[in-house]
Write a protein that binds this ligand. Structure first.
Ligand code: TXA
Ligand code: MG
Length: 308
């Protein structure tokens, strides 16, 4: 059997049998397991090569499921669930007792999200289970925004007899969800996505703080979301041309213009630069407004010094 399918029924049965399902969401592809099946969730960490203490997001079918997965969600958590779900918003709450510690990396909090993508929603409603899912890439690499990216990254680590890659075409947003920790006062922004900090503040009618304390999200590590090639950042196309002239194996990535289009294409462009064997990608930064803030965040992480 082939890993790749568009058959949601097959994907739902794979989940219920304890298999892994790569699932399209509106942000990026996730690698999903039944959140109540600890052995299946443990395989996600194996396939991703992800440290066991890095928590996973639990994806729910319905905003009303918040109370089943959270303990005493704050007013801020309720408000975000009501106004931003389904959508590209992950809400950190105190976990309900039933949330397995393999999912949260031993934390007493859990990240919850109701995705908006129709295939993800059908998978959740057909299977009747919540799914724990990180982005469907190897740890530290850029997130997959097509089913082909998933196959390239982890296809060889999946088992076609029990796992499935559900093909929903390219992701509409192309950047990971916004993450808000609602267990602090005021709430803290752990990762910015297509929902901007200003939008979160409008939804909450309250101030949102920058993340403080130890890095709680792997997306908060200095180096993450990185392609194999080196990444250098510049502020203008002219600077890119000047830098490229003195850099061997350099390619220029100039997607400035429509920010939604930039976000949608960013990871695919970084992957194809790798495929072409580029040594260095010189990326022109978008302005730091709206979606530009999240794009700049991912580009800075791609450009950060790498461990090892
Ligand atoms: O858009 C997305 O969020 C995608 C799709 C598949 O939903 N998922 C995603 O998952 O990007 P992942 O695991 O690659 O990134 C989730 C981030 C990680 O940095 C993780 O550390 C953080 O969320 N996270 C999850 N649970 C957390 C918790 N309880 N406290 C703090 N951070 C948490
Ligand atoms: Mg990820």
């Amino acid at each position: 059997m082939s890993l790749l399918t568009t058959d949601v029924d097959r994907a739902a049965s794979a989940l219920l049998r304890g298999g892994l399902v790569a699932v399209p969401t509106e942000t990026v592809y996730g690698l999903a397991a039944d959140a109540s099946n600890a052995a299946a969730v443990a395989r996600i960490f194996e396939v991703k090569g992800r440290p066991a203490d890095h928590p996973l997001i639990v994806h729910l079918a319905d905003p009303a499921d918040l109370d089943e997965w959270a303990t005493a969600p704050s007013a801020a958590a309720r408000r975000l669930a009501e106004t931003a779900w389904p959508g590209a918003m992950t809400i950190i709450v105190r976990k309900a007792a039933k949330v397995a510690s393999v999912v949260t990396g031993g934390r007493d909090t859990v990240g919850l999200r109701v995705p908006a993508h129709p295939l993800a929603r059908r998978l959740l409603s057909l299977s009747g289970v919540a799914v724990a899912a990180p982005s469907a890439n190897r740890f530290g690499a850029v997130s997959p925004t097509t089913a082909a990216h998933v196959i390239d990254d982890i296809g060889h680590l999946l088992d076609p007899a029990r796992d499935v890659v559900l093909d929903g075409g390219p992701c509409e947003i192309g950047l990971e969800s916004t993450i808000v920790d609602t267990t602090t006062t005021p709430p803290q922004l752990l990762r910015v996505g297509s929902i901007t900090v200003e939008e979160v503040e409008t939804l909450l009618d309250d101030h949102v703080a920058a993340a403080s304390g130890p890095a709680r999200a792997s997306g908060m590590l200095p180096s993450h979301y990185a392609p194999r090639c080196a990444v250098r950042l510049v502020d203008s196309p002219d600077d890119a041309i000047a830098l490229a002239a003195g850099t061997s194996g350099a390619e220029i990535l100039d997607l400035t213009g429509d920010l939604a289009d930039f976000a949608r294409r960013l990871y695919a462009e970084l992957r194809s630069a790798d495929e072409r064997g580029a040594a260095v990608v010189i990326a022109v930064l978008p302005p730091a407004t709206g979606l530009g803030v999240a794009i700049r965040d991912r580009l800075h992480k791609a450009a950060a010094p790498r461990p090892g």
